[in-house]
Design a protein around this ligand. Structure first.
Ligand SMILES: [Ca+2]
Ligand SMILES: [Ca+2]
Length: 403
């Protein structure tokens, strides 16, 4: 997995050179290709946009060893406002176990109907030019169905139990986790870091059952999104479920919910009615995660209000979501119908941003925002949901039962 290092290293040099051209007046050159003056005092970070299996990895020198004093992600409040212990950032209180056990069998595989139509994909007012957020172009889509929720651990467990599927992260033996979410014990065993994104660490034994490494589990997070699923894993899950991944155009159309020139699925107000409608990062990134939205890490896929008229939850925020499309940043301005992206490529496109996104750094919890990873990559902030041309038979039967 760490072979063929020359090409990725060259890619970073080329990207860095381009950024110096693109961002000549910026104080900050972001590792993931974004320009911005607003974060000039912040260290580089990118929500994992460039954490790929092919990324150049270098040994950690003693002086580069992850700091144990970084409090980000280690203190916060959960949805009920309970303070969490600093030494165990993601563990919920024991009294919640009964409730959590109840949701182990809770299904979150329902789909919503997205009526076809024409919309403007992308924007002529991009925040991140290098990401290819522009231009605004007219796209027409047929009707389709979209999962109402991100795929949960509970749903993914059903798939694994049924098929004995082994994820790519399990095969490789590691996956990427942001440093502040990793226990001190696990950090001590990490010997490599990603040259271009040192706050992301390849953790041995991190996989969908162990999101922060071998000493973590999902027992109390069965209704949270599955993490560490590669694009290939996501494709396999959706096929098992009688579905497929959404195209990028479908994802963005579903996200925009019929609104034009708006940042978020519901409009431009970050906190509509004074409430948090998505799981992102509050506080000073990356030093402090105040979790004003209720969550230091991921939230249940059912959390927060429906984000637009289609009834979708967490279509932005919580975890990044894979789409079908290969990544490209130069888009045709011409009208298109049911676009599926380029024929081939090296990276797949992901949408929606994650709980690790903050405006000062990864302002990508917007419908037009986009990023990419290689299809074998996986991380602790990356998940997916499925789409479908038709409602699968078992969901049709389920709908009839509910009538
Ligand atoms: Ca949050
Ligand atoms: Ca999401």
């Amino acid at each position: 997995m760490y072979t063929n290092m020359a090409a990725p290293i060259m890619r970073y040099f080329v990207v860095a050179a381009l950024l110096l051209i693109i961002c000549p007046y910026s104080h900050v050159v972001f590792a993931d290709g974004q320009c911005g003056n607003s974060a000039e005092n912040a260290p580089e970070s990118d929500c994992g946009c460039k954490v790929n299996r092919q990324s150049a990895q270098v040994p950690i020198k003693k002086s580069q060893a992850p700091e144990s004093s970084d409090p980000s992600g280690s203190v916060g409040v959960d949805a009920e406002g309970e303070t969490q212990k600093q030494d165990d950032p993601l563990k919920v209180n024991d009294e919640k176990s009964d409730k959590q056990n109840d949701i182990k069998s809770f299904r979150t595989n329902s789909m919503v109907f997205i009526p076809g139509g024409t919309f403007h994909m992308g924007t002529d007012d991009p925040i991140f030019v290098a990401d290819g957020e522009m231009p605004s172009r007219k796209v027409t889509l047929d009707s389709f169905y979209m999962d109402k929720y991100e795929v949960s651990n509970s749903e993914f467990q059903r798939f694994v139990e049924d098929t004995k599927y082994k994820t790519e992260a399990e095969g490789f033996g590691n996956s990427f986790v942001m440093e502040s979410y990793i226990s001190e014990e696990t950090k001590k065993k990490i010997t490599q870091m990603v040259a271009a994104a040192p706050w992301w660490l390849p953790v041995d034994g991190a996989d969908w059952r162990h999101p922060e490494g071998p000493d973590s589990d999902i027992n109390e997070r069965m209704d949270h999104p599955v993490l560490h699923a590669s694009w290939n894993d996501a494709v396999a899950f959706c096929a098992w479920a009688g579905k497929r991944l959404p195209t990028e155009a479908e994802f963005e159309y579903a996200c925009k919910g019929g609104k034009e020139n708006r940042l978020f699925p519901w409009g431009n107000n970050l906190t509509p009615k004074g409430e948090h409608w998505m799981n992102i990062w509050q506080g000073e990134f990356p030093k402090e995660n105040t979790a004003e939205d209720g969550y230091v890490g991921t939230s249940p896929v059912t959390a927060f209000p429906e984000q637009n008229k289609f009834g979708l939850k967490n279509i932005i925020g919580n975890v990044w979501e894979w789409t079908q499309d290969w990544w490209i940043t130069k888009h045709s301005p011409h009208d298109s119908k049911n676009p599926k992206g380029p024929e081939k490529g090296t990276d797949k496109t992901k949408k929606g941003g994650s709980f690790q996104c903050h405006k000062s750094y990864c302002y990508r919890y917007r419908c037009v925002a986009r990023s990419q990873n290689t299809p074998d990559s996986s991380a602790a902030n990356l998940g997916f949901r499925c789409a479908s041309d038709k409602l699968p038979d078992y969901l049709q039967a389920q709908e009839k039962d509910e009538l």
